[in-house]
Design a protein around this ligand. Sequence first.
Ligand SMILES: [Fe+2]
Length: 149
Amino acid sequence: MCHYCGCREIPLIKEFIAEHERVTDAAGDALRALERGDAGRARELVDRMAVELAAHWRGEEDGLFRVMSADPEYADYIAALEGEHRELAALLPSLDLTAPADVRTFTDAVRELHQHIAKEEDGLFPASLTALSGEDWNTSMAAWRAARA
Ligand SMILES: [Fe+2]
């Protein structure tokens, strides 16, 4: 994770990173529940991930992602990130966590989620520091507030 550019001190970026941590904490707890054979608890945690992620993705996509997509330099990168959001949104509710194949699928999805988050925290968020105007930050912050409301 990038700790050097200062983006972690931007309030909105801090919120996004805290949301990532809540989701990856729930994912880790779900994996541990599956290891001890507690599919019911894992399901609750995966459902919590889905709820957290739905609000998180709205906050990113309606604000920061939208204003950065206006720059062709970032548009494809952001489209790929949004594609990964849609894939995980479709996957989580469909998983049968009592089935070993789906447990493997979930385990892979958690690894991919960590990689996805790294692309945001090490790529997009540092880039936002130089890419966004003051007005862009206001737009991004307003979208995040609306998503949490
Ligand atoms: Fe994110």
